[in-house]
Every structure is written in structure tokens, then in C-alpha cells.
Design a protein around this ligand. Structure first.
Ligand code: ZN
Ligand code: ZN
Length: 346
């Protein structure tokens, strides 16, 4: 061994002894950072659903009530409920706040800002960044009017973008190229929201999965109410797609667009402004997991499940029309027979 080599080895040994604690410390720090990042990804921010939603009234004129109820689930997630007295649809809307942008999911059933001060309420809830209100994206679960009637209230406001409602425009906005077999993503700044195509109730239907809270905002795709089916095969496929997407993700709640059932699972009369003893808003993974089987055993017309009702309104209308025509034919036949008998007696 030459002196040079010996010196090198000594320096190497010195470096090894000197650097090892730093190396170990760095590795530990990186591991802690990675662990923190992983737990931040997998652990949803907790929130509260300890709220009694406005149930409307049997006589709304005699019992005036606030048109909009606001509940803070957690400081960056707001749930808004339109009063059943303001509109029987009594929609739920959701405001998600990121560090760069906010997202409003649906604008509800009432257009007139005097009756429903939606834009004003949302602007009050929006935090400021650089002395300006945070930019807002107004999106929809689907194009049915009760989910977008409030859009015009936002149209002339600055820093607000409204997602269009036609299917081709929806696809283009979220940059879907393989609809409905892919997931789009919205980056609100430190908060990602996954956008999942869920056609079946309506061809434009989307569900929104919030990575911050682990909530699936499901619109009319899944809610404690009548799941009105336009395309049963597409609905069934959507349920499988959502289940598959959420297989590896935490799911804290499924929050839909309406409550149409009472605690006994019975639907309120269509058009009712009074919802006594409402079913809880939030559904769970089990309700979602049961959806494909519900479709597989569906009779095509109407089926009650513990937390939702499957219904094909068009088929039910056709069936009702056929029954009505059959009853009418029977009545006419009965009357003619009676008249004939009377004539024979005369
Ligand atoms: Zn709808
Ligand atoms: Zn709806």
C-alpha cells in the first residue's frame, strides 16, 4: 500500500465517519417527509355534518324562512341548501376552496337573486388573495335546470368562469378525449378534484371527488331520493366506473344534489315544499357498492332500496298511459253494454 493510497483510505474513512451521520439524518428526514406526504394524501381532512337541514313547511307563506342555508363542513368546504319553500327541488350546492381557486358545484333551482341570493352568498364566502376575491369556477353535475338555474347570477362577475352545459362543450372544457372512460382533474391550488363521467341519469352527468375531504359529490347520480334513469346501461356502467375509481381511495361521504326520502325511506310527494323527518344527506361506500346489483335486478320501472329508489320516469309514464287507456276502453265497453241491455228491456 502506497502512502498515497493509505492517505486516500484515511481520508475516505474520515469522510465515511464524518458523512454517515449526515447521510443517516438526511435519509430519516426524507423518510419523514415521504411519510407525511403519504399520510396527507391518504388521510382526508375531517369535517362536521352535524346540521339540521331546513325542511320547508306545509304552509310556506305562513312560515317565512331563509332561502339559503350555509353549513361549513370544514373551513374550506361549504355546503349550501336551498330551502324547500324557495323551490321544491331543495338543491344542495357545494363550495370547495383551494389556495388559488374555488369551485362551486351546481347553482341550484332558483334564478332570481332577490328570491335566492346565491352569488352574493358565495362571494361573501370566498376568501381574498392579493386583495382580490379568489377566482371561482362554476361547474355542474349535469345540465338539468335545477342544477344550473342560478348561473346567470354569476355571468357578469369578474374572475368567474362558468363551465358550459352541452355535452360536447363539457368534454372540451375538461379535455376529455375518451368519454366516459377517463377521469379529468381540477387543480384548485393544494387541492385536486377528480371529475368522473357518470352518464345514466343524464348524458352530461359528472361526479366530483375531492381529494382534500375524501367526499364524492354525486349530484343526481346517487342521493337519498329517486334515481331517475334515462339510460340504465350507461348508469350501471357509471356505477362500476366510480366504484373502481374509489377502490384505492378514502371515501368519507357521498353527498348528492337532493334529499327526497324521509327517515323511513319513503319519498315525499313530487313537488312538495315540506320535508318532515328527512333522511340524512350523506350516503356511504356501501350505498355506492350496492348500486350495480340494484341495476342488475331492476325491473325496468321502479325499485325501492334502503337509501334510494330506482325509477324510470318515461317507462312509468308509458305504463300509466297504457293502464289509463285500458281503463278507458273497459269503461266505454261497460257503458255500451249497459245501454244495449236497457234498449233490449225497453
Ligand atoms: Zn337531474
Ligand atoms: Zn336534480
Amino acid at each position: 500500500m502506497s502512502w498515497l493510497n493509505a492517505k486516500r483510505r484515511t481520508a475516505g474513512t474520515f469522510l465515511l465517519y464524518f458523512c454517515a451521520p449526515w447521510k443517516v439524518a438526511t435519509e430519516i428526514a426524507v423518510s419523514i417527509l415521504l411519510l407525511t406526504a403519504t399520510s396527507a394524501w391518504s388521510e382526508p381532512v375531517p369535517g362536521s355534518l352535524d346540521v339540521h337541514w331546513n325542511e320547508g313547511a306545509s304552509d310556506c307563506k305562513a312560515t317565512p324562512q331563509a332561502p339559503l342555508q350555509v353549513h361549513a363542513y370544514e373551513p374550506q368546504t361549504f355546503m349550501l341548501r336551498q330551502s324547500p319553500c324557495a323551490d321544491f327541488e331543495a338543491n344542495f350546492l357545494y363550495l370547495l376552496i383551494g389556495s388559488d381557486k374555488a369551485l362551486l358545484i351546481d347553482t341550484g333551482a332558483v334564478a332570481d337573486p332577490k328570491e335566492m341570493p346565491l352569488a352574493k352568498t358565495i362571494l361573501e364566502l370566498l376568501p381574498e388573495k392579493d386583495h382580490k376575491k379568489l377566482p371561482l369556477l362554476v361547474a355542474h353535475t349535469h345540465r338539468h335546470m335545477d342544477h344550473r338555474a342560478g348561473d346567470p347570477q354569476f355571468a357578469s362577475l369578474p374572475s368567474i368562469q362558468i363551465v358550459p352545459i352541452d355535452l360536447e362543450e363539457v368534454k372540451a372544457f375538461y379535455r376529455f378525449t375518451n368519454w366516459p372512460h377517463e377521469i379529468a382533474h381540477l387543480d384548485l391550488g393544494g387541492r385536486t378534484v377528480d371529475v368522473i363521467p357518470t352518464p345514466g341519469h343524464n348524458p352530461t352527468h359528472l361526479a366530483f371527488y375531492d381529494n382534500r375531504t375524501g367526499i364524492l359529490f354525486s349530484g343526481d347520480f346517487l342521493m337519498p331520493g329517486r334515481l331517475l334513469i334515462e339510460d340504465a346501461a350507461a348508469y350501471h356502467e357509471s356505477s362500476l366506473r366510480v366504484i373502481d375509481f374509489l377502490k384505492t381511495r378514502p371515501l368519507t361521504h357521498v353527498l348528492g344534489g337532493h334529499i327526497e326520502l324521509n327517515t323511513a325511506g319513503r319519498a315525499y310527494r313530487f313537488g312538495s315544499h315540506y320535508h318532515p323527518n328527512e333522511h340524512r344527506l350523506e350516503l356511504a361506500r356501501e350505498d355506492l357498492a350496492a348500486l350495480p346489483a340494484a341495476f342488475e335486478s331492476f325491473n325496468g320501472f321502479y325499485a325501492r332500496h334502503p337509501n334510494y329508489i330506482l325509477s324510470n320516469p318515461i317507462r312509468n309514464l308509458v305504463a300509466l298511459a297504457i293502464i289509463a287507456v285500458a281503463v278507458l276502453i273497459f269503461i266505454v265497453w261497460g257503458v255500451r253494454r249497459l245501454l244495449r241491455r236497457r234498449r233490449q228491456h225497453d
